[in-house]
Design a protein around this ligand. Structure first.
Ligand code: GAL
Length: 832
């Protein structure tokens, strides 16, 4: 080709322009790179590479819909000021007409708005700022400075938004709409609002992603509490700097005592602008294993280092343990056979509702631990993250459950509406958030899912199991099933689950190995016995309330109660003893999750309104054990137990069934007013002993003996008229942090100090000093008194006041008065 002169000039010019522009681009890239490096590093010192601050304070709240509240200039001066976590339902009044219905707890739901003014974190323009919500019930929508961040329908999932680009210098406004108005939406009480913690994190632009660290371990050569561990540490890095970056990753591991185990630095790695996963393998010999008795945790510190500067630093607690299910022998933890002694728990905290409080959760777990529980099923949803932290720390195994329904509904407005669009994201987020917890031994993809009954169950099961395995192959996946015919159970037919999880049907345990050869088995939900603390009603036979699926329930009593003799259950369930006997017999039953550890709000089966909370708990809603608590304690702990029931206030001549739960003994002798009524021993598979006694007032005394040697004595005395109040605090010293709690039990006593078993006196509370009453309760399932009040009627002699500290250290004094009774007061210290 021959160029004429003009064309030649143009050609030369174009070439020059091209090279000049490339040079400039390269130069400006260099400058940009330099600047971005500083940006990425954010002029950080080593210790402020990442900050995570609690974002709970100074919110404004409005109950009702106020669409304009998302706008920056909206005037919220009249709104209520509060600190999260917050559940507006629990503050409301019980009403049969509330759309959540008694099944949902009979409390108000609706729409609520939250707003908060805040100052953006330092240097935010050069940083990544994330707002993290641990859980909002439900349908939350979030705006920052009027800009829409998104919607999250599922009320039990944790989620985060990156907000850096919406922030400005000085004041910023975040607005959150919560919509729990479409009812009924749940088979139990959900709570409403921003009921879990909120956090604000600030990192460099190159940082470990939210939930981006995962430590997987395999253990070999297990000997007692140690073993050789191979760790795979995955860190998923984010790079929002706009340019590829070169960094080093340093993983440091500290042992449970805080001693350095290993520090491992990666060679320099390049992270492109999408991000990158970095894997490190670490070997630990003689690793200290996590177990339910010794819940030892290691700490991983991950640092991202660039040009010798630590630009991100994150700590992750994890545990090293080996968990395995066997079709023949059940469950093993660290090669030791361990029967799973579990309970199902809903998330509500009784009088505190759904609003997360770490001490309230810890108390629940302490009560469960003392009963001998070693496992919790988070029925039927992902729990608050702090709940899992507590399980790690206190030594509970956990079955972490994702859903109560898939695409087919259980109630009109439940999650089935969101399942098609959101299930993948929600399930992934649950696994990512939770997979470092040593307590979690099982992922459950659902409870009694309707799709088990039709062929759509096959594809969904496969998909969900795939989602889980993609993120965590180290734990088995289960689903809690009710269709007992395997051929008709489409979730089972998917052939994707690792363990057969059966709800109820305890009579089928016997033939399980015959019907399902080689299949691992866990009783994912059992029992559903019904009891009211302190209420005793003998029966010739065990009662099923309701009798079946068709007959209307008419058998109830005027006390709206169920007998605490362990002789009532739902027709699909059993008494505590009936199932416990079966579970004990077979090693291949890996264990059970009893429905439920605590009574919970909602699902008040079998009673209609005014019943509004469940009767299934082994412990009542206030945290007072029912008698069956001691059955489990006698079976599941090594602690010597002798528990006598019922109380000893009856009409003269009545024939009263007297029961004793005991262990560590071979006989129990019963005495009435010093006269022996005979010795009894458990026969065969008995779990208690029993006498029929013609009532006369006085003292009923049981003595347990082993080889003739006295082990324990238990006494109940006939109480006189209510005369005084006794207060007992579970903790007399609490933290002055505005969240810590002291649970004060109120006992109505006669003049001699005996608990008056049927006392229902109205108790008024006065509080002085640096504390507030966070809630009151008495455990009665059909009480319509509010939980947020300074009074409560006693129920079977007891009620409860929950004291909460303020941030001011000092003392808080609770005084309890009641007409005609001697007043009592108690002082709690609150300190920094
Ligand atoms: C089960 C169900 C639980 C609870 C229980 C009451 O079938 O999984 O959520 O409803 O029944 O007995």
């Amino acid at each position: 080709m021959k160029l004429n002169q003009a064309s030649y000039k143009i050609f030369i010019l174009t070439l020059l322009t091209f090279f000049a522009s490339r040079h400039c681009e390269a130069r400006s890239n260099l400058i940009r790179k330099d600047r971005l490096l500083q940006v990425a590093q954010g002029q950080l010192r080593n210790d402020d590479a990442r900050s995570r601050t609690n974002f709970n304070k100074n919110w404004k709240f409005f109950l009702g819909d106020e669409p304009k509240a998302k706008n920056v200039n909206f005037n919220d001066a009249k709104w209520r000021k509060l600190t999260l976590p917050h559940d507006w339902s629990i503050e409301g009044r019980f009403d049969e007409k509330n759309p959540a219905k008694p099944e949902g707890g009979g409390l108000p739901t609706g729409i609520g708005w939250y707003r908060k003014e805040f100052i953006a974190p330092a240097n935010f323009k050069n940083r990544l700022i994330n707002i993290e919500f641990d859980g909002v019930y439900k349908n939350s929508e979030v705006w920052v400075n009027g800009q829409y961040l998104g919607k999250r329908p599922y009320g039990y999932i944790s989620f985060a938004y990156e907000i850096s680009k919406f922030l400005k210098e000085g004041k910023n406004i975040i607005a959150v709409k919560v919509d729990n108005s479409a009812q009924p939406d749940s088979r139990w009480y959900s709570g409403s609002g921003i009921y879990r913690n909120v956090w604000l994190t600030s990192t460099a632009k190159i940082a470990i992603e939210h939930w981006g660290t995962n430590v997987e371990s395999t253990v070999v050569d297990i000997e007692k509490a140690t073993g050789t561990a191979m760790l795979s540490i995955h860190n998923r890095l984010k790079n929002a700097s706009g340019l590829p970056q070169a960094v080093n990753i340093v993983n440091t591991i500290l042992d449970p005592e805080g001693k350095l185990v290993v520090k491992k630095e990666s060679p320099q790695v390049n992270i492109d602008t999408i991000g990158r996963s970095i894997l490190a393998d670490v070997h630990i010999s003689k690793a200290m294993l996590w177990s339910v008795d010794e819940p030892k945790q290691y700490k991983l510190i991950t640092e991202i280092v660039q040009n010798k500067v630590v630009i991100d630093k994150k700590e992750t607690l994890f545990g090293i343990r080996d968990a395995r299910f066997d079709a023949k022998y059940g469950f093993y933890l660290n090669d030791q056979h361990l029967k799973i002694q579990g309970v199902c728990l809903h998330h509500d905290l009784g009088a505190l509702g759904a609003a997360v409080n770490v001490r309230a959760m810890e108390r629940q777990l302490e009560i469960m631990k003392a009963m001998g529980v070693n496992a919790i099923r988070t029925a039927h949803n992902p729990p608050a993250p702090e709940f899992l932290d507590l399980c790690d720390k206190m030594g509970f195994l956990v079955m972490d459950e994702a859903f109560d329904m898939w695409a087919k509904k259980k109630t009109k407005n439940d999650y089935h509406l969101n399942f098609p669009e959101w299930h993948k994201r929600d399930l992934e987020d649950m696994i990512k958030r939770d997979r470092n917890h040593p307590s979690i031994i099982l992922w459950s993809i659902g409870n009694e899912i309707r799709e088990q009954f039709d062929s759509t169950g096959i594809a969904i099961t496969k998909e969900l199991v795939g989602i889980v395995k993609n993120l965590d192959k180290s734990r088995p996946v289960i689903s809690a099933l009710t269709e007992t015919d395997a051929k008709k159970n489409f979730i089972y037919q998917a052939n994707a689950l690792d363990i057969y999880g059966l709800n109820y049907n305890h009579k089928l345990y016997k033939d399980f190995p015959k019907n399902y050869p080689g299949v691992k088995f866990l009783a994912t939900e059992t029992t559903s016995a019904l009891e009211t603390r302190g209420f005793y009603d003998t029966a010739d036979s065990i009662r099923r309330w309701p009798r079946d699926g068709k007959t209307k329930f008419t058998e109830g009593n005027k006390e709206w109660s169920a007998s605490a003799y362990d002789n009532v259950s739902a027709y699909w369930g059993s008494t505590h003893e009936e199932t416990l006997k079966e579970v004990k017999k077979y090693n291949y039953v890996s264990g059970i999750f009893v429905w439920t550890g605590f009574d919970y709000l909602g699902e008040p089966l079998p009673y209609p309104w005014p019943a509004r909370s469940s009767y299934f708990g082994i412990v009542d809603l206030a945290g007072f054990p029912k008698d069956s608590y001691y059955l489990y304690q006698s079976e599941w702990t090594n602690k010597p137990v002798l528990h006598l029931l019922p109380h000893w206030n009856w009409t003269k001549g009545k024939s009263v069934e007297v029961w004793a739960y005991y262990n560590h003994a071979d006989e129990v002798e019963l005495y009435l007013n010093g006269k022996s009524l005979g010795k009894k021993s458990k026969q065969g598979d008995d779990l208690h002993v029993q006498w029929n006694v013609n009532y006369e007032s006085g003292t009923l005394k049981a003595v347990s003996r082993k080889n003739g040697k006295e082990i324990l004595i238990s006494e109940v005395k006939t109480a006189g008229a209510p005369a005084k109040i006794e207060l007992f605090a579970d903790r007399k010293n609490i933290k002055a942090d505005g969240t810590d709690l002291s649970y004060v039990t109120v006992r109505v006593l006669d003049k001699d100090g005996n608990l008056v078993p049927n006392a229902d006196n109205l108790v008024n509370f006065k509080i002085e000093g640096n504390g507030v009453i966070a809630g009151v309760d008495n455990g009665f399932q059909a009480s319509l008194e509010p939980f947020k009040a300074n009074y409560r009627k006693a129920f079977h002699g007891l009620c409860l006041a929950i004291l909460q500290s303020t941030e001011k250290a000092g003392t808080v004094k609770l005084t309890a008065t009641s007409n005609g009774l001697v007043t009592s007061s108690i002082t709690i210290n609150t300190g920094k």
